[in-house]
Design a protein around this ligand. Structure first.
Ligand code: MG
Length: 252
């Protein structure tokens, strides 16, 4: 009897969901963080698509990973200056508003918004945070957007501005209990952090925090994390993650 109950419990366990890191770009050679990579993440059935948000000198939120867009330093440039460069596929740097509007077309794809830490000041990071939450509210996307950030205070501010929002901390230096106490709903750490702190996944789950791990591109690492029942896996190779999840499922 005990065995049957255990089998039922394990088969109803939610499976790990795949988040495309900077969109799904690798197999199609699309620019990272482009609208095309967001659309492709949705097309191939990713649970979510992650992207990075910076604030320009003239206070426009834009989506890009690096601090520069093809050589132009984003925080020290105006939006108009950034428009002088284009991605190889012809897209301009997306504003956050353009990106969210595109995401809104894909209701089943969660939008994982990373608030980038300002290189100028803490105030600028918090301004970016406030403007991101405002932009999401303005487009009524609160239920489709989750936040992630390296700046601990940025996540605390997200929680204050939108207490129902899911927000996960990225920097790997805070234990589950503290993150929970400060309003975080999840930990999104580099996968090596969970190896160094092998009790954290269980501790986090016990107090109701979700676990995401970045950036997991190796099949063996993916399998290891899936076996630990983490909620989300952030990867540059979502197609590979789907295969590993399928293989792990068939083992049961
Ligand atoms: Mg990111």
């Amino acid at each position: 009897m005990a065995i049957i109950i255990l089998m039922v419990a394990s088969s109803t366990q939610a499976q790990t969901k795949v988040i495309a890191h900077r969109g799904a770009w690798k197999t199609q050679n699309l620019p990272e963080n482009s609208l095309a990579s967001l659309n492709h993440a949705s097309e191939i059935g990713c649970y979510g698509s992650e992207f990075d948000v910076h604030l320009t000198k003239d206070d426009i939120l834009v989506v890009n990973h690096d601090k520069d867009f093809y050589g132009i330093d984003i925080e020290h440039a105006t939006y108009q200056e950034l428009l002088t460069k284009k991605h190889p596929n012809g897209e301009s740097i997306p504003t956050l508003e353009e990106y969210l509007k595109e995401g809104k077309k894909h209701k089943k794809t969660r939008l994982i918004l990373e608030i980038k830490t300002s290189i100028i000041s803490k105030e600028r990071t918090l301004q970016t945070t406030e403007m991101c939450v405002d932009a999401v509210k303005k487009l009524k996307l609160q239920k489709q957007v989750d936040y992630i950030c390296f700046d601990y205070d940025a996540g605390k501010l997200v929680h204050k501005l939108d207490p129902k929002a899911d927000v996960a901390y990225l920097n790997g230096d805070v234990d589950p209990a503290k993150a929970k106490a400060d309003g975080y709903t999840g930990l999104d750490y580099h996968f090596s952090v969970f190896k160094k702190n092998p009790t954290w996944i269980e501790e986090a789950h016990h107090i109701g925090l979700t676990i995401n791990a970045w950036t997991v591109d190796d099949a063996a690492e993916m399998a290891n994390l899936i076996q630990q029942k983490i909620e989300f896996l952030t990867t540059n190779e979502p197609e590979k993650a789907f295969e590993v999840i399928k293989a792990e499922k068939s083992k049961k």
